[in-house]
Design a protein around this ligand. Structure first.
Ligand SMILES: *[C@@H]1O[C@H](CO)[C@@H](O)[C@H](O)[C@H]1NC(C)=O
Ligand SMILES: *[C@@H]1O[C@H](CO)[C@@H](O)[C@H](O)[C@H]1NC(C)=O
Ligand SMILES: *[C@@H]1O[C@H](CO)[C@@H](O)[C@H](O)[C@H]1NC(C)=O
Length: 804
């Protein structure tokens, strides 16, 4: 009795499932139209369906009062994945529109007023039927079954497997997620037989793939084959006559794929995940999305962090906050540029691509700058330090982008009387950040002027830009939300997550299995015990079990999601987390080498000078990244050699960041002081009960670099002179400063770790000692920011290169 009830339940469930996933198949399944037949808009049942049920052809809407006639993947979630559209730029009315196979042999799309919106070029041919094939191709056939017209010859933004891309066809991106009309980005064969991506916006026309800075040959292409033909085969392999070849990462038969030029300008292969019905990105042309150079409008700069954003340089503000592509406008009177003195804003790792007035190699920075000063057309110049220096003067600020691998800086011309350090674009609601920026601006040494040296503060801006932290200071917050709203479609997002962040939640049993029931302990600290583990995909990880956390779930998730977004080469990457009843765990990448203390205080092998300096620079970069992530300020609170791990190349990776807030926090900040921090590395304000700012990390960092120079714990070192408490450190600082000011270079040499046997750079040693001493100032306001430390140390890094 029971089993029969269950059975009937099963049956009805099965029926429900079938009817919900194939409503169309049940109502009226057909794969072809005969002469005289038509498909009407708005009627659920009127579609063509390919014989194997993979594709549907009919009318679709994008949430607006408009319909398009096209082909999409059947059964792929709520949102259609459209692969072809007949009338991209001319949507039809949601009532009364029709697609008809006429007796004259044409297929026509008519609007409610019978106006022809689109038609095939098959007048007076003997067309007998229209048919949707399993490949997603809509074809018109004659009575013999020969194809007279096919949608594959008129692609929109997508190429399906087996569909040929030829010299007569191109893929053109959609305008946005809500508008499938033609956008600005194109994939096609150029007259030189090379398959490329080009952006054709109202303002510019720019080739951005393959890398326009390299020759065809260096890009692995050839001009010689003029057949100009390409195909993505069923296995997921793309072959083009210009020798471009790539494979989808999930190469193999039986997977649904498509090659699409997205409206962000990137070209991607998507594969459908059977189990989730989501599209995963299995190949993409540009790894750095900002390399789609024209993605942001005039005067604006593309930043990836880790989503694309358009930002305005200092002195500029966004033109139209509702349209992220509209660019920025100057907040100063541009005619002043011709009538008075000018100065330049320096932004690192940033370029406005193209629009060069002139391009000159072997030019000194000063000559380049003067050229731009004298030429009224010059709005900026780009200077690259490759070999002897390349100078590009710019007539327009278009195609702005920031990319960590861009080997140069842009210098934007502004009137000397304009002070962009106090732009009113600072949003009052992010006052914290504005303060930070102001501090940097004021605290930095020299402003760049026509007559004097560079604007130093600009470094900070660029540093932030390169790392994508700039949003809070220079982007209107609303803009960001707007872009998010219009943002990348859900399917793209899902794919991004798979490829780029890989941050996910793990179940407790997964972690238990990975760590062999927490067998191998790697270490323990204030925030918890760390275990070694191996995930099911064979990644080796370090799992940190947090001490009993009494935090509310939402708060914990908020902190965790912040951590998940942090991604910098000098910070230990966090892969995911686990929250299962009382268990709170974090899953980190596993770092090969030991922590810094083992390498500098250990009796055995020790780090050479170059490595020590690199560790100092890398650690500073990592901390600067944490501190300037303005919206989500992260103070480490426990900077010490034990928390600086070295990878196999001896690059530093800071561990244990972001835990200050995750640890127990009963009263407002009360436990804080006791939970975090380690004696010897704790700034005096811990003891004084002053508010804790990022400057506590600067203090810890100062101690670390002094210890790296000396090869001794600071407390053991200063104890040589006195008794070894905070007062001794202050005393030591004062004396050291005096010696440095007096140019006591012999003393510097005496300080450096004797195990190096004199093999070190004097300049760098002096820079490290001086920086270290400034960082451990008792008065936190006198300590530099991490960003300015990075800048100071990088300058010496350069010096070293020049000497060599
Ligand atoms: C040109 O490319 C096509 C397609 O990849 C190929 O079949 C053909 O052999 C090539 N021709 C030459 C001369 O290499
Ligand atoms: C793609 O896979 C094929 C094997 O099927 C291999 O020969 C080829 O080198 C791969 N191409 C690339 C670019 O990895
Ligand atoms: C995905 O589903 C299709 C049909 O639904 C099937 O033919 C194919 O083998 C499946 N692919 C994988 C990888 O499971």
């Amino acid at each position: 009795m029971r089993s029969s009830i269950l059975e009937s339940l099963h049956l009805s469930l099965l029926f429900l499932l079938l009817s919900s996933s194939f409503p169309v198949a049940i109502s009226r399944s057909r794969s072809s139209l005969k002469i005289g037949d038509s498909i009407s808009v708005g009627k659920e049942s009127e579609f063509l369906i390919s014989p194997d049920n993979s594709f549907t052809c009919g009318f679709y809407s994008l949430g607006t009062n408009a319909n398009w006639f096209g082909i999409w993947f059947a059964n792929t979630g709520a949102r259609h994945t459209v692969v072809w559209t007949a009338n991209r730029n001319r949507p039809v009315n949601v009532k009364g529109s029709k697609a008809t196979l006429r007796r004259d042999g044409t297929m026509v799309l008519t609007d409610v007023d019978e106006a022809i919106v689109w038609q095939t070029n098959t007048v007076s041919t003997d067309v007998a039927a229209a048919e949707l094939l399993d490949s997603g191709n809509l074809v018109l056939k004659n009575p013999l079954g020969e194809i007279l017209w096919q949608s594959f010859d008129f692609p929109t933004d997508t190429l399906l497997p087996t569909q040929l891309l030829t010299k007569n066809t191109r893929l053109t991106s959609a305008l946005s997620m809500d508008n499938c009309g033609s956008g600005y980005f194109n994939l096609y064969y150029g007259s030189d037989n090379v398959l490329r991506l080009i952006s054709d916006s109202p303002d510019t026309s720019t080739i951005y793939w393959p890398n326009p800075d390299l020759s065809t040959y260096s890009n692995g292409r050839t001009n010689y084959n003029s057949s100009r033909i390409a195909v993505l085969d069923r296995k997921g392999r793309f072959l083009s006559s210009d020798l471009l070849q790539f494979n989808a990462s999930d190469m193999g038969y039986g997977i649904k794929r498509r090659l699409t030029i997205d409206y962000d300008g990137n070209l991607r292969v998507y594969s459908l995940d059977n189990s989730t019905s989501l599209w995963a990105i299995t190949w993409q042309a540009l790894i750095q999305p900002c390399n789609v150079k024209s993605i942001c409008g005039r005067n604006s700069i593309c930043v990836y962090s880790p989503e694309i954003k358009c930002t305005c340089p200092p002195g500029f503000k966004v033109k139209d906050p509702s349209d992220w592509n509209s660019g920025c406008k100057a907040m100063f009177d541009e005619t002043l540029l011709n009538s008075e003195k000018v100065k330049f804003l320096e932004i690192h790792h940033t370029d406005f691509y193209g629009f060069d007035l002139n391009w000159t190699p072997l030019l000194t920075f000063e000559t380049c700058r003067d050229t731009c000063v004298k030429d009224y057309r010059c709005q900026a110049f780009s200077y690259r330090l490759l070999g002897n220096g390349y100078c590009y003067t710019k007539s327009a600020l278009l195609n702005g982008y920031t990319s960590p691998d861009f080997p140069g800086s842009i210098y934007i011309k502004i009137p000397a009387s304009v002070d962009p350090s106090k732009p009113d674009i600072f949003n009052p609601s992010s006052s914290n950040c504005a303060l930070t920026a102001a501090e940097i601006l004021v605290g930095s040494p020299s402003m760049y002027d026509f007559n004097s040296k560079r604007v130093r503060w600009a470094y900070v801006y660029s540093f932030a830009a390169a790392l994508g932290v700039i949003e809070a200071t220079f982007v209107l917050i609303g803009w960001w939300f707007l872009f998010r709203k219009h943002g990348v479609p859900a399917s793209v997002e899902a794919g991004y997550q798979m490829i780029s962040s890989q941050f996910r939640r793990y179940s407790y049993s997964e972690i238990k299995k990975a760590t062999g029931n927490f067998k191998e302990e790697l270490g323990r600290g204030g925030s918890g015990v760390v275990y070694r583990g191996v995930l099911s995909d064979e990644r080796v990880v370090a799992v940190k079990r947090l001490g009993d956390a009494y935090q509310a779930q939402e708060e914990y998730f908020a902190e965790i999601s912040t951590l998940g977004k942090i991604n910098h080469m000098n910070l230990v990457r966090i892969w995911g987390f686990c929250s299962d009843r009382r268990h709170r765990l974090l899953v980190y990448e596993y770092i090969d080498n030991l922590s810094l203390d083992k390498h500098i205080f250990g009796g055995g092998s020790h780090l050479g000078w170059k490595q020590r300096y690199a560790v100092a620079v890398g650690t500073a970069k990592g901390l600067a990244y944490l501190h300037h992530e303005c919206l989500e300020w992260v103070i480490h609170c426990d900077v010490k050699p034990e928390n600086i791990l070295l990878d196999s190349d001896f690059q530093p990776k800071i561990a244990d960041f972001g835990l200050a807030n995750l640890s127990q926090r009963e009263g407002p900040g009360s436990e804080f002081t006791r939970v975090r921090g380690t004696k010897g590395y704790m700034a005096p304000e811990w003891a004084l009960n002053h508010p804790i700012t990022a400057k506590v990390d600067v203090f810890g960092y100062g101690v670390v670099i002094l210890e790296m120079v000396r090869g001794l714990r600071l407390y053991d070192w200063v104890a040589e002179d006195g008794d070894g408490d905070e007062a001794a450190v202050a005393n030591f600082c004062r004396k050291t400063k005096e010696r440095m000011n007096n140019g006591d270079s012999a003393w510097v040499e005496g300080v450096v770790d004797s195990r190096l046997e004199g093999r070190f750079s004097r300049n760098q040693a002096a820079a490290l000692i001086l920086t270290g001493v400034c960082c451990v100032e008792e008065d936190r306001n006198k300590r530099p920011t991490m960003a300015s430390v990075v800048q100071t140390l990088l300058e010496c890094e350069d010096e070293d290169e020049h000497e060599a």
